[in-house]
Design a protein around this ligand. Structure first.
Ligand SMILES: Cc1cc2nc3c(=O)[nH]c(=O)nc-3n(C[C@H](O)[C@H](O)[C@H](O)COP(=O)(O)OP(=O)(O)OC[C@H]3O[C@@H](n4cnc5c(N)ncnc54)[C@H](O)[C@@H]3O)c2cc1C
Length: 499
């Protein structure tokens, strides 16, 4: 019997890819292999394909190519697999919250299939990076505001018709109402037909009567995407909404990997039988007529007929590559930015929320960001295991510019100033930045006005024998599923060429 998650989304966007891949894989033993299929000089080749980056996109591509009989080598800059899937170690933060990807959608067909195949369990009871319902208070312009008091509060500057919605959720229903994309066409966001919508969220909110103050509150404070309303395209929100609609329609069971999402890339890495070079940052990639050469920071070189690059553009900017295939691609590699995220983790040493009677978690318009009391002990679901100051957008950038010690001092001071019960109630445990990190450069790609029209369809264009994958090149999906989709697309692209 087919499992629930094999219905829905998977049928929409995987049908063609899988048809193609099953034909190719069936033919694999006869056609693939270093000596049978690579033209040109075969001397000094280290693999058929070198894959740079051991995130989900690189690992998925590697397993598909290995399954087709190719010799594949993965080269990874850091000492671990998973990239932006990164679970905190229990010794660093009790409850091991996710530092990177958190939720797995019910329609994440590839992620769910991979979890099943590699024997990691997806549980609906997941460690969280957000507060539970009823456990959050807003802290705006130095005032505590309970969600139930927001609609009538004097600091509520939202226009009529929006006043009842909380700042973090105000714009979504309206964006949903004006979303021009067809609900079943997950690729439509890149269709030039809709290019007039590739404009800033700011412009749209102004047209709807939002003041600058209200826009800053809703889109420039703890914003999950980008930095502020002026530098984000509303088309990206339409894409997210269309995709979420499909995720919901799939009726699948999502959640998170039991024991931490990082178990998935770890299991995928264990299933891959060939070499994975860790601690091996790549510094340059060059392409000749019949081969590609990658040079590591330590000077070592590897050669293969094809290289697949899975780095976010922010990390790729540190790597020297040949000229782009188009000017649009060059602009994309240069300008596509990643959402700023910094996290400071603490362990509560007393129940500060009982002392002042306020909810334990706070949504703040200052350096404390989203301060969340996390309950990540599945055996003991009411226990606050740790707290995180989850900083997005401008506050993340501000804190990231400080040295680590000053950042911890500054955020702790703000927390203690706004909420005296936190004085002496927090033991700092762990600091993590996705910004000041040469191998990430931010959490996930966000599209600025005009960028989707300019280069979304160019980012994945091969430069000679160098191919590209990664979440930012995904067409139908986002996040982890987008990474898996892109790895699959790139692997099939290579198999088509090599076969
Ligand atoms: C805070 C946060 C929250 C998120 N929440 C969610 C969520 O709830 N749900 C969801 O689906 N997704 C979420 N995501 C997004 C998701 O994690 C990513 O989209 C996905 O993991 C990206 O995979 P990737 O393979 O494309 O890139 P990456 O995982 O970034 O892989 C690229 C790899 O390349 C390596 N690398 C970089 N430079 C070099 C170099 N020079 N040489 C060699 N290797 C290099 C990196 O170390 C990395 O391992 C979140 C991400 C973050 C950071």
């Amino acid at each position: 019997m087919k499992k629930q998650h094999t219905k829905g989304l998977k049928n929409i966007d995987r049908r063609d890819m899988l048809k193609k891949s099953s034909l190719l894989l069936a033919a694999a033993p006869f056609y693939f292999g270093l000596n049978s299929c690579i033209s040109g000089s075969k001397k000094n080749l280290d693999a058929d394909v070198i894959i740079i980056g051991a995130g989900l996109s690189g690992l998925n591509a590697a397993l598909i190519l290995e399954g087709a009989g190719l010799k594949v080598k993965i080269v990874e800059a850091t000492d671990r697999l998973g990239g932006r899937v990164h679970t905190a170690k229990e010794k660093d933060v009790p409850g091991h919250p996710e530092l990177g990807a958190n939720g797995i959608g019910g329609g994440y067909a590839r992620v769910i299939d991979a979890a099943e195949k590699h024997n990691v369990k997806i549980g609906s009871d997941r460690p969280r990076t957000e507060a539970r319902k009823g456990e959050l208070i807003y802290h705006i312009k130095n005032n505590f505001i309970l969600p139930e008091n927001w609609s009538e509060h004097s600091l509520n500057t939202l226009p009529e018709g929006f006043r009842k919605s909380l700042p973090a959720y105000t714009t979504w229903p309206m964006f949903s109402k004006i979303n021009p994309l067809p609900p079943n066409d997950l690729a439509a966001w890149r269709n030039p037909k809709y290019k007039d919508w590739d404009k800033s969220v700011y412009l749209v909110l102004k047209e709807k009567g939002f003041s600058d103050d209200a826009i800053k509150l809703c889109m420039g404070t703890n914003s999950s995407y980008g930095v502020d309303a002026k530098n984000i395209s509303i088309m990206m929100y339409f894409q997210i909404l269309t995709w979420i609609g499909q995720q919901t329609a799939s009726n699948g069971k999502g959640g998170a990997i039991v024991g931490g999402n990082q178990r998935l890339p770890k299991a995928m890495g264990a299933a891959f039988k060939q070499d994975i070079l860790l601690n091996s940052p790549v510094k340059s990639i060059s392409a000749e007529a019949d081969a590609t050469t990658i040079t590591l920071n330590n000077g070592n070189k590897l050669r293969a007929p094809y290289t697949l690059v899975t780095l976010p553009t922010s990390a790729l900017r540190h790597v020297s590559i040949p000229s782009c295939s188009t000017e649009n691609q060059k602009r994309g590699f240069t300008n596509l930015e990643y959402t700023p995220v910094v996290q400071l983790h603490f362990v509560p040493t007393k129940k500060y929320w009982e002392e002042d009677g306020l909810p334990p978690s706070m949504w703040c318009d200052n350096l404390a960001g989203r301060f969340m009391a996390l309950k990540n002990d599945i055996q003991n679901p009411d226990k606050v295991t740790s707290c995180v100051a989850f900083l997005n957008s401008n506050v993340a950038i501000e804190v990231d510019k400080m040295n680590r010690k000053d950042a911890i001092t500054a955020v702790t001071k703000v927390l203690e100033d706004i909420r005296p019960s936190l004085k002496g109630a927090l033991r700092f445990t762990y600091y993590w930045t996705w910004i000041n990190n040469p191998y990430a450069g931010g959490a996930y790609a966000y599209w600025q006005p005009g960028q989707i029209t300019d280069f979304a369809n160019h980012l994945a264009k091969p430069i000679g024998r160098i191919h590209f994958a990664g979440e930012h090149t995904a067409i139908m999906n986002r996040g982890m599923e987008g990474a898996m989709e892109s790895g699959e697309r790139a692997a099939l692209e290579l198999l088509n060429l090599i076969g």
